[in-house]
Design a protein around this ligand. Structure first.
Ligand code: ADP
Length: 547
């Protein structure tokens, strides 16, 4: 199926990423969607009839191909597993409330998505079979842009590109922080999943303030001071009288977020992006410790990224262009390529922001600290020409640190293999150099032991580091799919043993990851679930939480 064929399956205001795979097995047809659990076919037909009455027939999707478009992600599991029964796309809050009331009445589970581009974690696919995907991309109104206080309030279907366009139309000197794949996605889904970006506002949930939430019993409420009538502080002050609730609606299945306030970063007078090139493998520990100090002192303000050449070979093109044999590229081959193109062992990016006099003083301090590390070179726009290998990378990273996305990254990553699939393993670690150095070696060894290519990068902040590990494989190979599953489990066990938890999980691994958390905490999740969604119709299985 071509991208055009795919788009023809849906009305023009429902969009899909043309990159999404068409089938796990290119020759296979789409599987029949399952029924919601415990539902008889006749009852499902009645339910669908009512759904169409609410949304109109064009916005209820239930053909095999339509459901496959929603259910078929890059994941390792075969088609048919965790498959939706149908998808429904409400245009506004009123329709959404009616849909949720109908699902409550018929006890049909719904999996809310904002855009469904949660790629290596399952895209739009639900955690259990038979759920209705509640596609909120048509609820795409920007409700407020406040250019005095620097915030925006939007519905789940708003995309980062809509916000950037709005800011530019109003000549508003603000940035929104984007994840790498920002141009393809929106801020609500990303912030609710605890996603990250590269500007100083890069911890995306931290930059949210004030929600509106719909519960399965129809209750609609605003969190925090937004619940006081005529409140002027709903999106500027996170706390309020009583407990802070917003976090309950992230990575959970307690409610559906219908509006979200997001803080915008004032555009700085100057941005100074830089790259640090490390020519020696073991300089990494010292570099991370130095970076932590500089981030904590607020001398570097961006998120810092860090990747080893051997683990970023995908940036050079598909594997078949670099390596003719089966299995992962060997260390020797990777090293020869590195020497040939004159690339450093590790490449890191960061940025400084602010008034130009302040930035220039800060840069002196950053240089002084980083230049104390042996075999390290610093590159800025001024000397970039001397490093031809860095050119496009520098451009991409500089733009993401200015609040622009880098959507080619997905293509580069899944393009590593033909029929590329991707599963993201994402542990968090403290920002301590020698721990990260050892963990990198360990993760690399586990991935190579499973005959896969290590493809990883670090996202470094003041106190914590995300290690984003992409397990990239050929979706048509059941052997590779099995190895990915085994590799994920082995990585999980090894990280948990060292005290490095996983902060976000693919839908097929949610139970496995949830089991690494204390049963007492999980019981509390269940008790909250029972209180807020006792019939368990919202996203059963999300983060391993059930009623
Ligand atoms: P993106 O906007 O990046 O494509 P998704 O729409 O895939 O993100 O959302 C990621 C996950 O976040 C979903 O699988 C779902 O679990 C949760 N989610 C997204 N939007 C909402 C929402 N409005 N309310 C509750 N949960 C949501």
């Amino acid at each position: 199926m071509t991208a055009e064929d795919k788009q023809n399956l849906f009305p023009s205001d429902i969009s899909f990423n043309p990159l999404l795979p068409t089938a796990s097995d290119p020759d296979s047809s789409s599987p029949r969607p399952p029924l919601p659990p415990g539902m008889l076919p006749r009852d499902f037909e009645i339910f669908i009839k009512h759904l169409k009455e609410i949304l109109g027939p064009d916005y209820v999707f239930r053909t095999d191909d339509q459901v496959a478009e929603y259910s078929r992600p890059f994941l390792h599991s075969p088609d048919g597993e965790c498959w939706a029964s149908a998808a429904a796309a409400p245009a506004d809050l009123e329709q959404l409330r009616k849909v949720v009331a109908l699902c409550q009445e018929h006890r049909v589970p719904v999996w809310p998505i904002s855009h469904g581009r949660n790629f290596g974690y399952g895209s739009a696919r639900p955690a259990t079979s038979g759920q209705i995907i509640l596609d909120l991309q048509r609820m795409n109104r920007i409700l407020e842009i406040n250019t005095q206080l620097g915030y925006i309030v939007c519905e789940p279907g708003v995309m980062y590109s809509d916000i950037k366009q709005h800011l530019s139309n109003q000549d508003a000197p603000f940035w929104i922080s984007l994840p790498d794949l920002g141009p393809l996605t929106g801020p609500v889904g990303n912030a609710l999943e605890h996603g990250v970006g590269y500007t100083p506002y890069g911890d995306h949930f931290l930059s949210t303030c004030g929600m509106e939430v719909l519960l399965s019993d129809g209750t609609l409420f605003r969190t925090g001071t937004g619940s006081v009538s005529e409140s002027q502080t709903a999106h500027v002050y996170k706390w309020s009288l009583g407990p802070y609730l917003d976090g309950l609606f992230t990575q959970s299945n307690f409610g559906i977020v219908t509006k979200l306030g997001i803080w915008l970063m004032p555009e700085p007078e100057q941005t100074l992006p830089f790259a640090a090139l490390l020519w020696q493998d073991d300089a990494i520990a010292e570099y991370i410790d130095a970076t932590r100090e500089l981030l904590m002192k607020n001398l570097i303000q961006s998120t810092v990224t860090l990747g080893q050449f051997r683990c970023n070979l995908n940036q050079l093109g598909p594997r078949r262009h670099l390596w003719k044999e089966a299995g992962p590229v060997s260390d020797e081959r990777a090293e020869r390529i590195r020497e040939h193109i004159g690339a450093p062992v590790w490449t890191s990016f960061g940025a400084l922001y602010g008034n130009s006099n302040v930035v220039s003083e800060q840069w002196k301090l950053v240089k002084e600290r980083l230049n104390a590390i042996p075999n390290l070179e610093l590159v800025t726009a001024d000397n970039l020409d001397s490093y031809p290998y860095l050119g496009t990378l520098f451009e991409h990273r500089s733009s993401s640190m200015r609040g622009d996305g880098y959507s080619e990254l997905l293509e580069e990553t899944v393009g590593w293999r033909e029929n590329g699939g991707i599963v993201w393993f994402s542990p968090v670690l403290p920002t301590i150099g020698n721990q990260i150095q050892k963990e990198h070696e360990l993760a690399k060894r586990i991935i190579l032991d499973h005959d896969l290519d290590p493809m990883t990068g670090y996202i470094v902040r003041e106190r914590y580091v995300h290690h984003l590990i992409s397990l990239v494989f050929d979706r048509t190979s059941s052997d590779e799919r099995t190895r990915v599953q085994r590799c994920y489990k082995a990585l999980l066990e090894a990280h948990i043993q060292l005290g490095y938890p996983v902060y976000r999980a693919p839908v097929t691994m949610m139970d496995m990851v949830a089991e690494t958390y204390d049963p007492h905490l999980r019981k509390i999740w269940s008790r909250i679930k029972n209180a807020l969604d006792p019939s368990g119709i919202i996203a059963p299985g999300k983060s391993g939480i059930d009623a």
